[in-house]
Design a protein around this ligand. Structure first.
Ligand code: NAP
Length: 242
């Protein structure tokens, strides 16, 4: 029987690469998206034409009720949830003193509350099955802190704390919870950087280049297959932070 995975923010960037990996590993994959309706429509057509099992579900994961609907849909359709990848996220660069209440709520809502809501809805199914793998995509900035991204750094540090604490609580039920904390990865999230800025960043990275979405998908694949890693924050960053 096929296993089932949910990927939040599976429409673009890192999430889309993880979706691609999971469908090719033979999972039923529920691709969550918020705004990229056309993109996921095309993804579904392409995957199903090749015989892969894919569903799409629109939900703003910062909203408790929409998360509930996403998880209910998945359980109705596939009964069990084996893998949850909490990937959806936003970033924003602002001076600390310019961050408004709305910016703060939006950042914490999308990047941290979403992980809480998703894990809380999915955990009972995994606990019942006595197995499961949860991967939370955090960030290097949650570990080191980033200037002009205080709200982002706080949200991602919170995600790492959630991964560690939940790993302790759910370990006895056979469920593993880990964070992947990427360095800089080539996605839409970084398209505001000029070519010159990218070169400057690459000069700071020991491996001399920014990462690819597949670098993160490979780590997710390994974490899913592994049986003895839990509560860890694995930073895939080309040596940018050691
Ligand atoms: P991206 O290319 O901008 O894609 C973001 C994804 O998140 C999209 O699929 C988007 O869906 C989804 N999303 C955003 N808000 C959402 C919401 N409220 N509800 C549901 N989905 C939502 O970003 P990315 O670079 O792939 O980032 C993915 C994750 O990696 C994020 O958590 C990010 O913080 C983290 N990360 C990225 C980097 C990097 O350098 N790229 C580094 C460290 C960590 P729609 O398009 O459908 O709205």
């Amino acid at each position: 029987m096929r296993k089932t995975a949910i990927v939040t923010g599976g429409s673009r960037g890192i999430g889309a690469a993880i979706v691609d990996m999971l469908v090719k590993e033979g999972y039923n994959v529920v691709i969550n998206y918020n705004k990229s309706e056309e993109i996921v429509k095309r993804m579904k057509e392409e995957f199903t034409s090749k015989g892969y099992s894919v569903e799409t579900f629109k939900a703003d994961v910062s909203k408790r009720e929409e998360v509930k609907n996403l998880v209910e849909f998945t359980i109705r359709k596939f009964k069990n949830i084996d893998v949850l990848v909490n990937n959806a996220g936003i970033s924003q660069t602002k001076l600390f003193t310019d961050i408004t209440d709305e910016d703060w709520q939006n950042m914490i809502g999308t990047n941290l509350n979403s992980v809480f809501y998703m894990c809380r809805e999915v955990a009972p199914n995994m606990i019942h099955n006595k197995k499961g793998c949860i991967i939370n995509i955090s960030s290097i900035w949650g570990i080191t802190g980033a200037s002009c991204e205080v709200h982002y750094s706080v949200a991602k540090a919170g995600v790492d704390a959630l991964s560690k604490a939940l790993a302790k609580e759910l370990g006895p039920s056979g469920i593993r919870v880990n964070s992947i904390a990427p360095g800089i990865i080539d996605t839409d999230m970084n398209k505001y950087l000029s070519d010159k800025e990218v070169v400057e960043i690459e000069e700071e990275i020991p491996l001399g280049k920014i990462g690819k979405v597949q670098d993160i998908a490979k780590c997710a694949k390994w974490l899913i297959e592994d049986e003895y890693t839990t509560g860890q924050v694995i930073s895939i960053n080309g040596g940018w932070n050691i």
